[in-house]
Every structure is written in C-alpha cells, then in structure tokens.
Design a protein. Structure first.
Length: 206
C-alpha cells in the first residue's frame, strides 16, 4: 500500500510554480521576503540571455556563468509571498530562463538533440505536473524541489559540465535522474490521493 503525506496548498500557489532549489531559497532568506520577485527575475533572464548570446558567439566560455547570474538575481525573490498583481509572471520567466539555458548549452556543445529533448521533457513534465496538482489542491511535497535540484541547481549542474567538458554526460545523468524521480513521485502521489467520486460516494448516506 502506498502512503504519501499530502501537503496543503499555501495561500499563494505561485511560489510552488517557481520550483526553487536549495540555493535559490537560501538567497531569498538573505532578504527575508522584502524584495519583490518580478524585477530580479526579469533582470536575471536578461543577463542570462546576454551571457548565452556571448557564449554562443564563442566569446570564451562566458555562457557557463549564466546560472550564477540568474541565481544571484532571481533567487533573491524566492522568499516573497508573490501576492503582487504581476507576480504570476515570475514562474514563466524562470522557465524561459532555464529552458533557454539548457537548450543553448546543449546545441552549442553538440549534445544529441534527442538527449536535449529528453532533459527538457523531464523538466516540462515536472512543471506541468506541479501546475495540475496545485489546481487539484494537492500541493507537491516540500522535499521535491530540493531532490529535483530546482531550476537553479539544474542550471548549475549543466554549467559545471560545460566548465569540465562533460556536458553530454551531464545531460545523460540529469535526464535519467529527473525522469526517474519525477515519474516515481508523481505516480505514488496520485495513487495515494482518493478519487473525488469515491470520496463523494462514501459521504452519501444510505
């Protein structure tokens, strides 16, 4: 029998959509929620884009520093409540930053396209699953973003592979690990959640 402890949905589900890892959360704790999340995310995405363009243009290996720039900027807003009118834009910006970085590094370093798609697919599956679950009032466990490395951790792992000339190996390891983790956790969580129809039927008298 599968038993998974369900976590209640917080007041602002936008925070769950961020998918922050341990490092991004630590950056947010430094400002204790005082910094609005949208401006740092926008600046982080812009700086990451500039570094990627420079890297693809073969200006040394400057592109591998993009995760550090994104982490220092966008990570600082992770502890905010995300209750502003436009704060819902933060998760899509983080997704664009992460996916763009992974794809750019992968194609620039001649990683097999199918392997790039496999890694992007694992991340996209996780993010879609998170959105769907929150809408069904089933909040992902707090340990999942940490185990999944978060957007910040995944970018840093890819960057490390770029520095040490092991990008393809990084893509293989991340793709296998993330698909295994996210599929297993999603399956066990959904099997542990009773179907609404069954719950409603059990609640009817007689």
């Amino acid at each position: 029998m599968i038993s998974v402890q369900m976590t209640p949905v917080p007041r602002s589900a936008v925070v769950a959509y961020r998918d922050d890892g341990l490092l991004a959360r630590s950056m947010g704790l430094l400002v204790v929620g005082q910094l609005p999340p949208l401006p740092p995310a926008l600046v982080g995405a812009f700086v990451t884009g500039v570094l990627l363009v420079m890297g693809v243009a073969s200006v040394d290996d400057v592109a591998v520093f993009a995760p550090a720039a994104a982490l220092l900027l966008a990570g600082s807003g992770s502890s905010h409540r995300h209750d502003g009118r436009l704060d819902w834009l933060v998760p899509p910006i983080l997704r664009l930053t992460e996916y763009g970085f992974v794809a750019s590094i992968g194609f620039a370093r001649s990683v097999p396209p199918l392997l790039i798609m496999a890694l992007l697919g694992a991340m996209a599956f996780h993010h879609y699953d998170t959105v769907y679950r929150v809408r069904q009032h089933v909040y992902p466990p707090r340990w999942l973003p940490i185990a999944g490395l978060g957007w910040d951790g995944r970018m840093l792992v890819i960057a490390a592979g770029g520095l040490f000339g092991a990008v393809t190996a990084d893509f293989w390891v991340l793709a296998v690990y993330l698909w295994g983790l996210f599929l297993w956790e999603s399956l066990t969580s959904w099997l542990a959640v009773p179907r609404r129809a069954e719950v409603a039927g059990a609640a009817e008298p007689g």
